[in-house]
Design a binder for this molecule. Structure first.
Ligand code: HAM
Length: 429
């Protein structure tokens, strides 16, 4: 049996030759990560890292027992002490578990945390949907104002703008507070009850447990029945309604265009009031690049203090695939500044020393260690995208003079070995 990737996963590699797979190139991931780290600094976020596995209860109580994620998509396993663990399907519940456990609320009234790492969902793989995907997410804990929602949305929207993603559409909705949703749940149940037998098996269960989840159903018959259903908007409390109106005003103030989408309820149970999703162009069925919302009750549900919070997460694969499909220019990977080719054993020693000294000066360098013919060594330097090469043989060792060849322009500069680094620093890449 040949060993291969688990289904729904992929490798990120330094060299990717298939243009369809170009989003898996390491350089592209670094490009994104650099932009993200800078963006988080501008917005004053600090990084949190949690384990990739947690006790199952974190997500059962956090995301909700009858959500698709918890019911169908978790990678569940027993550890040796027979505790039930899961590979984390999302970041928010895990971050809140850490927040509560370490009593972070005692240290500061507001926390602005971000994370980037793998999440696991046992889904049917397709473009933009993987069983292991990388999320960049951010959570702001301790503020309940619509200004805070606007800032969170602005963070994500301007991040996409900075990357260059085109055709951005921000969809927003309010799913109200507990009271609003209670009233709406009752109305929805009353409306759907006569059609109970026509609903899909999942939706029949959800009619009892959590009718709001029926709104997420992809079943065409469910969708048809929902056409005439009552809408959440009509059941919002005064507080939720004015929060939403204020948010819209603030988004306009920040010049962030938005569309209201009443069907947007999100597939996780913890949301309250604001929910949002951002799409960019077309990425097949999976064109939501990022999403989030307010979740004022989650920390309390998980056993912590009653603190409001808002956040979002974005799938990095989807961003990179969209970026390539929209032909947005990205920087190419960089090779070494200097590539040394020794001819003979004493030249090898000199090159090894030169390479060490070059690196000590903060300049990147590599050398041929396999004794290739000069032509082959230079071809390899070219593949590596080296900026300069030097071939060092007996003549160079004797005279102490080398020829510094610029690979792209095919021009050469003579320099003494003693002056090599000064010349490199003067000439630059
Ligand atoms: P989510 O909508 O489930 O929200 O996931 C966030 C983003 O992760 C999606 O918009 C999508 O870009 C990406 N994503 C999700 N599943 C997959 C997959 N199977 N393959 C590739 N990408 C995927 C959450 O997870 C919430 N924790 C977001 C949040 C943070 N809300 C508040 N704070």
């Amino acid at each position: 049996m040949s060993l291969s990737l688990p289904k729904g996963t992929y490798d990120v590699l330094p060299l990717v030759t298939d243009p369809k797979e170009a989003w898996r190139a390491t350089a592209l991931w670094h490009f994104f990560e650099k932009i993200v780290r800078n963006h988080t600094r501008l917005y004053g976020f600090e990084e949190i890292r949690t384990p990739i596995f947690e006790r199952i209860e974190v997500f059962q109580r956090g995301v909700g027992e009858d959500t698709d994620i918890v019911m169908k998509e978790m990678f569940v396993f027993q550890d040796k002490a027979e505790r039930t663990m899961v590979l984390r399907p999302e970041g928010t519940s895990a971050v809140m578990r850490a927040f509560i456990e370490k009593k972070l609320h005692t240290l500061s009234p507001v926390h602005r945390l971000y994370y980037m790492g793998p999440m696991f969902r046992y889904e049917r793989p397709q473009a933009g949907r993987y069983r292991q995907h990388i999320q960049f997410g951010a959570e702001i804990i301790g503020n309940s104002s619509p200004e805070q929602d606007a800032e969170a949305i602005a963070f994500l929207y301007t991040l996409y703008e900075k990357i260059g993603l085109k055709d951005l559409t921000l969809y927003i909705n309010s799913i109200g507070d507990k009271e609003s949703r209670h009233a709406y749940r009752t109305a929805l149940r009353r409306y759907l009850d006569p059609f109970r037998a026509e609903l899909s098996p999942d939706s029949q269960i959800r009619l009892e447990t959590n009718p709001l989840r029926i709104l997420d159903s992809k079943d065409p018959q469910d969708q048809q029945l929902l056409k005439e259903a009552p809408v959440l908007k009509d059941y919002l409390s005064q507080d939720a309604r004015s929060h939403h109106e204020k948010l819209k005003e603030l988004l306009s103030l920040l010049a962030i265009p938005f569309a209201e989408e009443q069907k947007l309820v999100r597939g996780l149970d913890y949301y309250t009031k604001t929910v949002f999703e951002i799409t960019s162009g077309k990425l097949g069925a999976q064109n939501t690049v990022g999403a989030g919302g307010r979740y004022d009750g989650l920390i309390k549900t998980l056993g912590g203090p009653d603190l409001p919070a808002v956040g979002f997460a974005t799938g990095v694969e989807r961003i990179l695939q969209t970026l390539l499909s929209q032909e947005i220019p990205v920087p190419e990977s960089q090779g070494p500044l200097l590539y040394l080719v020794p001819l003979g054993d004493s030249a090898k020693n000199t090159c090894l020393q030169l390479m060490q000294q070059t690196r000590a000066l903060g300049l990147s360098a590599q050398m041929d260690m396999s004794g290739k013919k000069v032509k082959d060594a230079l071809r390899h330097a070219d593949q590596l995208k080296a900026t300069y090469t030097i071939v060092i043989g007996d003549n160079e060792l004797k005279s102490g003079i080398v020829s510094l060849k610029h690979m792209q322009s095919h021009t050469a500069t003579e320099t003494t070995l003693a002056d090599l680094h000064k010349t490199l620093q003067r000439t630059g890449p």
